[in-house]
Ligand binder design. Structure first.
Ligand code: PMV
Length: 337
């Protein structure tokens, strides 16, 4: 082998505007419903992967340090790549996030999208964007959407092998002047991971069937709102879909409560902002951070209101951005203070 089997990719996070919470197949990580997201221009992961014959096992480093808590999941993904594409070597994987680590911000979407794209290039697999999205999905359902820039829709697919469960583009980043302010309410890692939370919800929440039906309707409504470029409709649907997801989780046994007091304070503050005439809407994933959606013209006012809240420890700002891609330079991004 003369050419090094090495590549570096950058992938962004994405925020679901209509969420995915439930799987139709656990092993293949197939979602029960579709989802719609906005891919962000900040909160990125940069991953370098190098397949090396001399390695006896995979070597994974996160922000320059060993990360045993994540290594098993990365190796599971690399095993899938090796099995599927007939690769023998183990890999050295160096990954870094350009957002503060330990902030309780999910990095699996950007992480597995970057890893999928880097593996494809390192091994010269020549996968299409759809195939890359299918591959990233095996690492994390939300990662399938980070392949696509701007606004993306995840297709749940119907095929038993999951080959039609990938994300497609709905609109380019500049389609909507949307800003996303992430109000960080704690730096502690989340307690219950999404797969375990989804399984518990499916098995025990009496509201799960209603959630699936409501999500399908919200997907139709969100697609129409995005096509019309109607930010207010997008915000209204995103907020209601988030509350429906959390209501369903709360109905599990035992109930899944991902919020803290500051999470609720931010939700109340966003609603008060709306009462005062400022367009702002919240959405929350399986954790205590609140993502606030607003127009670029209202960003300063919304950010100031969030910064005034006692429980908000940090605010990260983002807008719609490009999807995962290969980068030539393999320098790792500097972590923000
Ligand atoms: O695919 P995961 O494991 O990152 O789960 C995503 C779950 C939510 O963030 C709550 C919703 C979503 O669609 O991103």
């Amino acid at each position: 082998m003369t050419t090094p089997r090495q590549a570096t990719a950058v992938a962004p996070s994405n925020i679901a505007l209509v969420k995915y919470w439930g799987k139709r197949d656990l092993d293949l990580n197939l979602p029960a419903t579709g989802s719609i997201s906005v891919t962000l221009d900040t909160l990125r992961t940069r991953t370098s992967v190098s397949f090396e014959p001399a390695l006896e096992q995979d070597d994974f480093r996160l922000n320059g340090e060993d990360a045993p808590a994540h290594a098993a999941r990365v190796t599971r993904f690399l095993d899938l790549v090796r099995r599927t594409y007939g690769v023998g070597e183990h890999a050295r994987v160096e990954t870094a996030n350009d957002f503060p680590t330990g902030a309780g911000l999910a990095s699996s979407a950007s992480g597995f999208a970057a890893l999928a794209v880097a593996c494809d290039a390192a091994l010269d697999l020549g996968l299409t964007t759809e195939q890359l999205s299918v591959l990233a999905r095996r690492g994390s359902g939300s990662a399938a959407r980070s392949l696509i820039g701007g606004f993306a829709e995840m297709q749940p697919g119907v095929a038993a092998d999951g080959s039609d469960a990938f994300a497609t583009a709905l609109a380019a980043p500049e389609h909507l002047p949307l800003r996303v302010l992430v109000a960080v309410t704690t730096r502690a890692a989340k307690s219950i991971g999404s797969t375990e939370g989804m399984q518990r919800t499916e098995a025990t929440s009496p509201f799960y069937g209603a959630w699936v039906a409501a999500t399908r309707a919200d997907l139709d409504a969100m697609r129409a709102a995005l096509a019309a470029g109607d930010l207010e409709r997008v915000g209204v649907i995103a907020e209601r879909n988030c509350l429906r997801m959390h209501a369903t989780m709360l109905g599990a046994d035992p109930g899944l409560l991902y919020w803290n007091a500051a999470t609720v304070d931010v939700m109340q503050a966003v609603r008060l902002l709306r009462e005062s005439g400022v367009g702002a809407w919240f959405t929350i994933d399986a954790g205590p951070q609140v993502k606030v959606l607003c127009a670029a013209s209202d960003e300063a006012r919304v950010a100031q209101r969030l910064a005034d809240l006692d429980g908000v420890v940090d605010i990260l700002a983002a807008g719609p951005g490009a999807g995962a891609r290969i980068v030539e330079d393999d320098a790792l991004p500097k972590e923000q203070a």
